[in-house]
Design a protein. Structure first.
Length: 307
């Protein structure tokens, strides 16, 4: 079998591959599926968007469901924790955070997928969330992402040195800077000077792609015709949860009419996958989260209060 092409990892793929390997090496994942009936929820969302002047002001399904997940996390704050765990000493510490900072993968104009940090997104209204997401994507598209990711990677390496992981840190430096096809190239000279002269309001910094407190990814926005749901999504340490929003699907569902009679209806169903770090969480810790989602999807008019 002949090889007809070789594609070497760029810095984005290097970071993703390294972090996902750490995820599966370190974290015992447990995952749950949640199927939300969003038939009435989508009608309420149309009402929210009725006064939108253009596409940029419209609240997307992704943003609305992200808000739902954030409301659920407020009821189950343990799911918004980060974890410090020392395997050899069997010592673990859960860090509770007053903000919900969501790591969200986005596809940029270049086709590159980048995970951005939506700081304190959990305390914002739907319109504020929409503005923050649009502004974040604008700044990302205006940035040299290889340069930004290089700074993030360098910071992770230095943090590894501080924690005593000298061999691992040196291996990363060696792998990224030794001449050859695997070398990571960052800006130099006048190009670097010109780039860093751009105001931070118009480009990304390390702060924009550092780790959040949880990850929410929207697979449904990538392929809206997808049928079924994701079975598992990796948790990026030190986070302890990750969420996947799938595509809305029309399905037959058993419902109950006003007289208590069961019937089959075609409804809009949105599958959501929830992954937890089993070192930090048990299913019982997640029950308040699921109860809050039940409450919202059973009474979707509540989203009118989130405008």
């Amino acid at each position: 079998m002949a090889i007809y092409k070789k594609e070497y990892f760029g810095i984005a793929r290097k970071i993703v591959s390294n972090m996902t390997v750490e995820s599966w090496e370190q974290i015992p994942h447990a995952a749950f599926g949640y199927e939300a009936d969003v038939t009435e929820f989508l009608e309420e969302l149309k009402k929210v968007n009725a006064d939108a002047k253009d596409k940029s002001e419209k609240v997307t399904i992704n943003t609305a469901v992200m808000k739902v997940i954030c409301e659920g996390l407020k009821e189950a704050p343990k799911m918004n924790c980060t974890l410090d765990f020392r395997r050899k000493l069997v010592r673990g510490t859960l860090n509770y955070h007053d903000n919900i900072d969501v790591s969200m993968p986005v596809i940029l104009n270049s086709g590159l997928m980048m995970t951005v940090n939506l700081h304190d997104i959990g305390n914002k209204s739907l319109s504020e969330m929409t503005t923050q997401i649009n502004e974040t994507v604008r700044r990302a598209n205006n940035s040299d992402m290889d340069e930004t990711m290089y700074q993030v990677s360098l910071n992770y390496t230095l943090e590894g040195l501080k924690k005593g992981n000298i061999i691992g840190a040196l291996n990363k430096l060696f792998g990224s800077k030794v001449p050859g096809p695997h070398r990571v190239k960052n800006l130099k000279g006048e190009k670097k000077k010109a780039y860093y002269a751009i105001p931070v309001e118009d480009r990304f910094t390390r702060h924009d792609i550092e780790q959040g407190t949880t990850t929410i990814t929207n697979l449904g926005s990538i392929y809206r015709k997808h049928k079924g749901m994701s079975f598992l999504i990796e948790i990026i340490p030190p986070q302890t949860t990750a969420f996947s929003i799938d595509a809305v699907q029309r399905r037959p569902v058993v419902t109950v009419d006003e007289n208590g009679n069961e019937k089959i209806e075609i409804r809009s169903i949105l599958p959501i996958t929830v992954a937890i770090d089993h070192r930090a969480l048990d299913y019982g810790d997640c029950v308040p989260f699921f109860e809050k989602l039940d409450e919202i999807f059973d009474n979707p008019s509540v989203i009118q209060n989130w405008k």
